[in-house]
Design a protein around this ligand. Sequence first.
Ligand SMILES: *[C@@H]1O[C@H](CO)[C@@H](O)[C@H](O)[C@H]1NC(C)=O
Ligand SMILES: *[C@@H]1O[C@H](CO)[C@@H](O)[C@H](O)[C@H]1NC(C)=O
Ligand SMILES: *[C@@H]1O[C@H](CO)[C@@H](O)[C@H](O)[C@H]1NC(C)=O
Ligand SMILES: [Cu+2]
Length: 185
Amino acid sequence: MGLSSFATASVFLALFLQVLPSCYGAVYKVGDSVGWTTIGNPDYNKWASSKTFHVGDIILFQYNAQYHNVMLVTRTDYKACNTSAPVEKNTSGNYSYTITTLGHHYFLCGVPGHCQSGQKVEINAVGSSSVAPASAPAPSPSGSSPSGVTPSPAAGGAPLNLMAGVSAKLWWALGIFAVLVSGFA
Ligand SMILES: *[C@@H]1O[C@H](CO)[C@@H](O)[C@H](O)[C@H]1NC(C)=O
Ligand SMILES: *[C@@H]1O[C@H](CO)[C@@H](O)[C@H](O)[C@H]1NC(C)=O
Ligand SMILES: *[C@@H]1O[C@H](CO)[C@@H](O)[C@H](O)[C@H]1NC(C)=O
Ligand SMILES: [Cu+2]
């Protein structure tokens, strides 16, 4: 019994440690080791679809500033690779974007031709599965919101709910761990 409760406690400790990073915000480097480039035509949306982004996470664009840049754009401009009116433009070679809202965030490279050849990425920030929208709302006829972010239906108070959900999970895991460890000792 002692040994098995220790094993169970270890499992919960492992769970607890897994939950921790999402509390502080994960850092995702776009393209991983390849970075933000056109060399090899990386599929950035394939890259993005392998991740689950949350409010508080940091999206890092590292690139050769001689050849590329980063633009935060509206959904309409993203679809059309329209670089004429970005919400934000970065030319430093090391751009970190902190996700502050749920929903879709659209980025592209503003150098002529690069977006068309695939240097663009859509980052969809979701909450826990209970608040995650199944799909984005239809774009308004006038285009997207000026912030470059298409808010999800739950966007209102969701970041707070998300944090509450995360810390509830944390305390739950910590509490069970404490109970099991004290039973073991
Ligand atoms: C690009 O966006 C600008 C400003 O929003 C707009 O005036 C222009 O018509 C757009 N160009 C294309 C090709 O959609
Ligand atoms: C680019 O982004 C970095 C970090 O996000 C910031 O420090 C820098 O000032 C920005 N540079 C430009 C030119 O926008
Ligand atoms: C790029 O920015 C990130 C986050 O702001 C920082 O941790 C990293 O050291 C920077 N890298 C370079 C090469 O400046
Ligand atoms: Cu580019």
